[in-house]
Design a protein around this ligand. Structure first.
Ligand code: PMP
Length: 290
């Protein structure tokens, strides 16, 4: 039997149902997080919960739980579901109220939902790299909020899927922003270059870990806007996300990146990222074989 969290309680997964007038369901009026679990332990949970609160603050929802309460609930959920390797999906919406675009005026309690999924590490892709396409970034101007409204991201990802690719790299007038569900990086003269964390991208937790690891190992990072032309010309390209980790990109819109093999800097970052996982969550059984 699997369990889920619904409004602060752990209940049977199949009993976890939301009201048709939940504002998350009707308007996408809420935010979410996806947290990686390795060896039954949450990776960078504090960072995820901090980002959740930041997203909630940006749209004026007050979290009806303390961080400690949330953390304890999530730990209990992992234990009850006997999750070793996978993800937790959690979302908070503004709550249930008669349908109206403006926020409800009476005290409406935000709805919290969380459940787990078994997800292995994408080891084959991590080793071989993945293909991508390029597409216009048609999203709104607050991509820093991890909002439930994902239509722009979904349309981009669908284009990638139809092209047999792993990810769609989005750009605004030729300036690369981010993937449909990942951050994008290129390597130029040994330097790691990635879009600055402003309103046009989501500040990835994986990105934060990568930048810390770079700093510790004296790899120069430039957070700046870069163009599609620079990307095509880069020595190496990779993406990052909670589930994809440090994922080499070997093709952009049918054009090979370098020799169409994961490059040396990307491989180093993968190795350091694995070490970071092991430091926080214990030894991994299956690793990328270099
Ligand atoms: N950008 C977007 C649009 C995303 O959906 C994600 C994945 N949540 C990321 C970047 C990467 O964020 P993280 O490393 O926190 O998973």
């Amino acid at each position: 039997m699997k369990f889920a969290i619904l409004d602060g309680k752990i209940i049977e997964r199949r009993e976890a149902k939301v009201d048709v007038e939940d504002r998350g369901y009707q308007f996408g009026d809420g935010v979410y997080e996806v947290i990686r679990v390795y060896n039954g332990k949450m990776f960078t949970v504090t960072e995820h919960l901090n980002r959740l609160v930041k997203s909630l603050d940006s749209i004026g929802i007050k979290l009806p739980y303390t961080m400690d309460q949330l953390n304890d609930l999530l730990e209990e959920l992992i234990e009850k579901n006997k999750l070793q390797l996978g993800t937790i999906y959690m979302q908070i919406s503004r709550g249930v109220a008669p349908r109206n675009h403006a926020f409800p005026t009476e005290n409406v309690r935000p709805s919290l939902v969380a459940y787990t999924k078994e997800v292995s590490r994408p080891l084959e892709s991590l080793k071989m790299g993945v293909k991508t396409i390029v597409t216009d970034d048609i999203r709104w101007l607050r991509c820093d909020i991890k909002s439930l409204n994902l239509l722009g991201n979904l349309l981009a990802k669908q284009k990638a899927a139809e092209a047999g690719c792993f990810e769609a790299i989005q750009h605004r007038s030729g300036d690369v922003t981010e993937g449909s569900s990942s951050n994008i990086y290129m390597i130029k003269n040994g330097k790691v270059i990635t879009h600055q964390s402003d309103n046009l991208i989501l500040k990835g937790i994986t990105k934060d870990v990568i930048l810390q690891v770079c700093e510790r190992n004296n790899i120069v990072v430039e957070e700046r806007t870069f163009t599609l032309d620079e990307l095509i010309d880069a020595e190496e390209v990779f993406l990052s996300s909670t589930t994809a980790e440090v994922m080499p990109i070997i093709e952009v819109d049918g054009k090979r990146v370098g020799d169409a093999l994961p490059g040396p800097v990307t491989k180093l970052l993968q190795e350091w990222f694995e070490l970071e996982i092991e430091k926080r969550c214990g030894a991994l059984n299956d690793k990328i074989l270099f």
